[in-house]
Design a protein around this ligand. Structure first.
Ligand code: 5GP
Length: 196
């Protein structure tokens, strides 16, 4: 059981290996719950609707946004992404730790609402390595890879606003470090997210 309920924001340039890192940590800790975002992006073949994202149309996204159902939303690499208010509320109300995978804009917005959120920036070893990983992944077109690399340069400038930086040089070490950070934060007294 988690000692406290709080939010952990995980941000990284696309292709930094962020998903592989937090998925492994989520698998091992039952008190950690992932908030599944909504997006207008096309589903990748490996992705499961409702597990990785809820894939919806732009119209559905805008209607949901109008109803105030997102804590935050952002346009990232040309698509819309949003954090669902109900899911975050549910996770925290059950005494669990809520993992949010959001871009830098989303992270800065969530920090304003939850100043106690633990913020983690996952950094690739270098931009060259990031480009290599993105090309190897092969889920984006050459044009999309270019956009993501351009965006990565801007995103890296924001890492100073985060509590922790994990350089993803070796996957196993990065997983260990994320585990340590969450365990350390969970041990702190009175770490509870404010109500929404
Ligand atoms: P991808 O398309 O590679 O899954 O994600 C692209 C970017 O969108 C990543 O930086 C990811 O963190 C971000 N993202 C995913 N869900 C959300 C969300 O709900 N809100 C915001 N602001 N960004 C998100």
């Amino acid at each position: 059981m988690s000692k406290n309920s709080f939010i952990v924001i995980i941000t990284a340039p696309s292709g930094s290996g962020k998903t592989s890192i937090y998925k492994r940590v989520l698998d091992k800790n039952r008190n950690l719950k992932f908030s599944v975002s909504y997006t207008t992006r096309k589903k990748r073949t490996v992705e499961m609707p409702g597990k990785d994202y809820f894939f919806i149309s732009r119209e559905q996204f805008e209607a949901k946004r109008e109803r105030g159902e997102f804590i935050e939303w952002a346009s990232v690499h040309g698509d819309l992404y949003g954090t669902d208010r109900k899911q975050v509320e549910n996770i925290l109300n059950h005494g669990n730790i809520c993992i949010l995978d959001v871009d830098v804009q989303g992270a800065l917005n969530v920090m304003k609402i939850f100043p106690d959120a633990v913020t983690i920036f996952i950094q690739p070893p270098s931009l060259e390595e990031l480009e290599k990983r993105l090309r190897k992944r092969g889920t984006e077109s050459a044009e999309e890879v270019r956009t993501r690399l351009q965006d990565a340069k801007i995103e890296l400038e924001y890492k100073k606003y985060f509590n922790y930086i994990i350089v993803n040089e070796k996957l196993e070490s990065a997983i260990m470090r994320l585990n340590e950070i969450i365990a350390h934060e969970n041990e702190k007294e009175g770490k509870n997210a404010a109500n929404l």
